[in-house]
Structure formats: structure tokens, C-alpha cells
Ligand binder design. Structure first.
Ligand code: AMP
Ligand code: MN
Ligand code: MN
Ligand code: MN
Length: 286
């Protein structure tokens, strides 16, 4: 099983990189990409654990992007974790996330919720600060019954804990990934709630900038969307990727090792990777 999208405690996942790799191994995953949001500091630990578990680790990242007033995610696979430009750009995103979190906290203060920044920072430890860390605090304090309702009530557009944020441009994200030797993959396109004309525009622009693949089989897509995005990939000559987008027990769309087969017309993103042959990845999508 190949899983090219998963999170650890370095971003908003519940498992440390080591625990994530062990969990993947126990669930039949042979090839795993760690793709933390805007951070690649979990990769050395994951690599160490992967060697022990006989898992082939792909160096990955999931970069937050602002495109036409929307937030998109671009996954980079096989990036170089030592690339200076990438590391420095991600350090800037982390710093901006701290500023954003302060503003989120101020928004929550306006509705009488205090101490959110400090609590979220504690949950995040040394990792990046995300809305998920705020959600944990708000659930803990009983402001809503679960993560889902906490997001709805406080953390989405128009709600007290939401702030507009300017993420990296699509051009910069794709450029950084490519310059560090990686492949840029548009994450879970079916989740962006954009009309077909905008989707066509996005895919056109993504490809023109050097994007090479889109996620087709992902925990964020419905079965109907696997078929829909397989068609988009074919239409634009883009390869197809697959990943659970695992975040941890109870907060994931899909468990690890449970990915259904990719639609047969897809060209897997790994089809031309040098390591694919030895791993038996080239022929089967599983
Ligand atoms: P951020 O990058 O800080 O805006 O946080 C985004 C993360 O929050 C996503 O990667 C998801 O893991 C999580 N998330 C976003 N929307 C929801 C939601 N409605 N319910 C639960 N988790 C969500
Ligand atoms: Mn996330
Ligand atoms: Mn995402
Ligand atoms: Mn993700």
C-alpha cells in the first residue's frame, strides 16, 4: 500500500513521526510520505523510524497557498529536506502562523474566550500552530462538543476565531517544491468547493507553473470524486496521487492502509520515480 499524504505532531497530527511510521507499518503501508503542513522538520525522525520498520519514506510537505482569495494545499513529494530556500520560506510561514494565531486569539477574546493563544501554543509544542490546536483547546473547555462543531462555531470564515491570512502564492509553492527536486501535487482538489470553470482555471494555471499531479484517491474525496478527478487528471495530462491525509485516530477522514484502488486510466505520480521499480510500485497502484 502506498500512502503519499499524512501528518504528524510537527503539524496538526496526533502521532509523532515515529508513531506515525509505526502505525503505517502496522496497517500494511510500504511507502509513506510524511507531508506536514508548512513544515519538514519531522522528516529526519520519520526516516530513522522508517528504516527500522522497513518502510520506504518519501520526503514530503503540504504547503498552504492563497489563490484567488481561497486557501489551497499543494503537496511536495521527494523534496530535499536540506534545501535552503525551502527551509527559509517555511520558517517564514511558521512565523506568520504565530502572528495569525495571536489575531485568532484576540478574536476569541471578543466573545469572552481567554488564553487561547497560550493553550494552542502548548498543544502545538515545537510544531506549527494551526486551527486544529485552537480546536483542541475549545473542545477541552467545552465551548463545543467536538472538533467538527468547534470549527463551525469559531474557526471558519465569519466566526470569531477566524482571520483572513495571506499564504504563499501558488507560483512560489510550486517553484520551491520543484527547485528542491520535488514533484508538486495539488492536494484534495475536490475539497475546494469551486465551480467547474474555476477548477479548469486552477488546473491550467497549476500545470503551467510546473505542477505535475493531483490527488485523485484521498480521504477527502468521495468515491464519485475519485472518478471525477481521474478525468480531470487525464484531461490536463496530470499524474495522479493517492494518500489518506491521516491526522490521527478520530480526526481523520480515512484510516491508514485503507485506500481503494486508483481508477485505471490514471498515471500514478510515482510511475517514473527511480525507486518505483524496486518497490514494485510502477505496475500496481496498490
Ligand atoms: P490551518 O492550516 O491552521 O488553517 O488549519 C487547517 C487544518 O484544520 C486542516 O489541515 C485540517 O486538518 C483542519 N480542519 C480544517 N477544517 C476542518 C473542519 N471543518 N473540521 C475539522 N478539521 C478541520
Ligand atoms: Mn491538517
Ligand atoms: Mn490539506
Ligand atoms: Mn493534509
Amino acid at each position: 500500500m502506498i500512502d503519499l499524504h499524512a501528518h504528524s505532531t510537527v503539524s496538526d497530527g496526533l502521532l509523532t513521526p515515529t508513531q506515525l511510521v509505526e502505525h503505517a507499518a502496522n496497517n500494511g503501508v510500504r511507502v509513506l510520505a510524511l507531508t506536514d503542513h508548512d513544515d519538514i522538520r519531522g522528516l529526519p525522525e520519520a526516516r530513522h523510524a522508517a528504516a527500522k520498520q522497513n518502510i520506504h519514506l518519501i520526503n514530503g510537505v503540504e504547503i498552504s497557498v492563497s489563490w484567488n482569495k481561497r486557501t489551497l494545499h499543494v503537496v511536495g513529494l521527494n523534496i530535499d529536506p536540506d534545501d535552503e530556500m525551502l527551509n527559509s520560506a517555511l520558517a517564514d510561514v511558521r512565523a506568520a502562523r504565530i502572528e495569525r494565531a495571536r489575531k485568532m486569539s484576540q478574536g476569541l477574546e471578543k466573545v469572552g474566550i481567554y488564553g487561547a493563544f497560550e493553550a494552542a501554543s502548548e498543544y502545538a509544542e515545537d510544531g506549527i500552530l494551526t486551527r486544529v490546536h485552537f480546536a483542541r483547546f475549545l473542545v477541552e473547555k467545552n465551548y463545543a462538543k467536538d472538533t467538527k462543531s468547534v470549527f463551525k462555531k469559531f474557526l471558519v470564515k465569519g466566526k470569531p476565531g477566524y482571520v483572513e491570512h495571506e499564504w504563499m502564492s501558488l507560483e512560489s509553492a510550486v517553484g520551491l517544491i520543484k527547485k528542491s527536486g520535488g514533484v508538486a501535487v495539488l492536494a484534495h482538489p475536490g475539497r475546494y468547493e469551486i465551480k467547474r470553470t474555476s477548477m479548469l482555471l486552477l488546473l491550467e494555471e497549476f500545470r503551467a507553473l510546473g505542477g505535475e499531479a493531483i490527488e485523485v484517491v484521498t480521504g477527502s474525496h468521495t468515491t464519485a470524486q475519485y472518478v471525477e478527478y481521474a478525468k480531470y487528471a487525464q484531461m490536463f495530462g496530470l499524474k495522479a496521487s493517492q494518500g489518506s491525509d491521516y491526522h490521527g485516530h478520530g480526526i481523520s477522514f480515512m484510516g491508514m492502509g485503507r485506500l481503494p484502488a486508483m481508477p485505471s486510466q490514471c498515471v500514478p505520480v510515482w510511475s517514473d520515480w527511480p525507486q518505483a521499480g524496486t518497490l514494485g510500485m510502477a505496475v500496481a497502484a496498490h
